[in-house]
Design a protein around this ligand. Structure first.
Ligand code: PLP
Length: 402
C-alpha cells in the first residue's frame, strides 16, 4: 500500500495477507494468531531476534508483545495517526496508564486540561499521587493559567479534545507551542477523533492515545487501547515500559479491531450525519439552552473544528432548562437510546451528566453546576435518524411537555 493512497483506501488494504509470487493464493482476512509461545528455527535466529529487540525494533519473540495480528493493527494505528510507533493496551485507560507510568517519575508534575476523561483523575488519585507524582488541572483555553501551573518539575502536558462531556475543542497547535516552550511532552487523548477525523500528531502532539473500544472497534464488543508515538526516543521509552509493565491484548481483540476499522470511515460519516440532524431537531425544542457538538455551526468552537478536523462523529450533548427530575424522566422515557456509558458503537446511547460530573470543568456554566440546566449526553448511533428523532420527541413531550 502506497502512502500516497487515500487513508480510506489504505484502511481497506492494510492487514490483508500477501498475494504474490510466493503466495499465489491467499485469504483476504488476516487470521487471528493466538499464541503465547514463539518458536525459532535456530538458536542463531533467536539471538538475532533478541538483538533486534535490544535495539528497540519490533521483533516477534513472545506472545505478550504481540504477533502478526497485533503488528497489523499497529500499522493501522500508525496510518491513522501518522505516527512512528504504536503500543497496544487492553483498554483505553490501560493505554493512558502505560503512557503516564512511562513518562513520569517520583517528584514529577503533570499539567492536565480540566476536561479530561474522568478515570484520568482516578489514575492520578489512586496511583500517581502514591508514587509522588503531582498533577494540576487547568482550563484548556486559559493559556496564562496553563503556563502559570508549569513548574521546573513539570514533564507532561496532557489534554483531551474535544472533551467527552461538553465536546469543547481545544487548540492543539497553541497547546503544543506551550509544551515546546517549556520542554514538556505533549500527550493527548484522541479517542474522539480516532485518527480518522482528527490527527493531533500533525498538530504538534508527541503522543496520541486512542481508546479502540469506541469507534475503532465500532461494535461495542471489545476493549482496546493504543498509544501512538512520534519519534524514536519516545518510542523506545514506551517500548521498555510496556514490556516491563506487561500490557498485552488478545489476538482476537486485535482481529476484531482490524475488522472494525474497515468500516470506520462509512460508520463515522453516518454517525456524523445523524448527529447533525439530531442537533437541528434539539435546537427546535423550547427547553434547549445549548448544544455541544463541534460540527454544529452554533457550537462555540465550530471554527476551531473547521480548522483542525476532517470530520465529525455521533457524540453530542444538550443542555435543557429544567429540573433534575425532568432530566431523569427524559432519559428513562427514551426507548431506542439505551442508557449506558461509552460510545462509538452502532447503538444510540444516553447519559444524564450529573452536576457533580462536570463540576470541575471550567467550560461548564454556573447554571450547569447548580443544576438549573440539565446536561444530557447522546451518542447518536446508526439507527434510522427519523426513529431517533421520534424517540427524542416522545421522551421530551413526557418530561418537558406542558
Ligand atoms: C472510553 C474512553 C477512554 C477509555 O477507554 P476504555 O477502553 O473504556 O478504557 C479514554 N478516553 C476517552 C475520551 C474515552 O471516551
Amino acid at each position: 500500500m502506497k502512502k500516497s493512497h487515500h487513508l480510506v483506501t489504505r484502511l481497506q488494504h492494510l492487514g490483508t495477507l500477501p498475494c504474490d509470487a510466493e503466495h499465489q493464493v491467499a485469504a483476504v482476512a488476516t487470521p487471528s494468531i493466538r499464541t503465547s509461545t514463539v518458536r525459532f528455527h535456530s538458536l542463531e535466529q533467536l539471538e538475532r531476534t533478541e538483538s533486534l529487540r535490544a535495539q528497540g525494533e519490533r521483533a516477534m519473540s513472545y506472545g505478550r508483545m504481540g504477533l502478526q495480528t497485533h503488528a497489523e493493527l499497529e500499522q493501522i494505528f500508525l496510518a491513522l495517526e501518522n505516527g512512528d510507533r504504536c503500543f497496544l493496551a487492553s483498554s483505553g485507560v490501560g493505554a493512558i496508564s502505560m503512557t503516564l507510568l512511562s513518562l513520569l517519575s517520583q517528584g514529577d508534575h503533570m499539567v492536565c486540561t480540566d476536561n479530561v476523561y474522568g478515570p484520568v483523575r482516578s489514575l492520578d488519585e489512586t496511583i500517581l499521587q502514591r508514587m509522588g507524582i503531582r498533577s494540576t488541572y487547568v482550563g484548556g483555553h486559559d493559556y496564562a493559567a496553563l503556563e502559570a501551573a508549569i513548574t521546573p518539575d513539570t514533564k507532561v502536558l496532557y489534554a483531551e479534545s474535544p472533551g467527552s462531556l461538553l465536546l469543547e475543542m481545544l487548540d492543539f497547535r497553541a497547546l503544543s507551542e506551550i509544551a515546546k516552550k517549556h520542554k514538556l511532552i505533549f500527550v493527548v487523548d484522541n479517542t474522539w477523533g480516532s485518527g480518522l477525523i482528527y490527527t493531533p500528531l500533525e498538530l504538534g502532539a508527541d503522543i496520541s492515545i486512542i481508546a479502540g473500544t469506541k469507534y475503532i472497534g465500532g461494535h461495542s464488543d471489545l476493549m482496546l487501547g493504543a498509544v501512538v508515538v512520534k519519534g524514536a526516543e519516545l518510542g523506545a521509552r514506551i517500548d521498555r515500559n510496556q514490556y516491563a509493565l506487561g500490557y498485552s491484548i488478545s489476538a482476537d481483540d486485535a482481529w476484531l479491531a482490524i475488522r472494525g476499522v474497515r468500516t470506520m470511515p462509512i460508520r463515522m460519516q453516518q454517525h456524523a450525519a445523524n448527529a447533525l440532524k439530531v442537533c437541528e431537531f434539539l435546537s427546535s425544542l423550547d427547553a434547549t439552552v445549548a448544544i455541544y457538538h463541534p460540527a454544529y455551526p452554533a457550537d462555540k468552537h465550530h471554527a476551531l473544528w473547521q480548522r483542525d478536523c476532517k470530520g465529525s462523529n455521533g457524540l453530542l450533548s444538550v443542555a435543557f432548562k429544567g429540573s433534575r427530575e425532568q432530566a431523569r424522566a427524559f432519559v428513562d422515557a427514551l426507548a431506542i437510546f439505551y442508557i449506558g456509558y461509552s460510545w462509538g458503537g452502532f447503538e444510540s446511547l444516553v447519559q444524564w451528566v450529573r452536576p457533580q460530573g462536570i463540576a470541575h470543568h471550567s467550560y461548564a456554566t454556573e447554571a450547569l453546576h447548580t443544576g438549573e440546566h440539565q446536561l444530557i449526553r447522546l451518542h447518536v448511533g446508526l439507527e434510522a435518524v427519523e426513529d431517533l428523532i421520534a424517540d427524542l420527541q416522545q421522551a421530551y413531550d413526557k418530561a418537558f411537555g406542558a
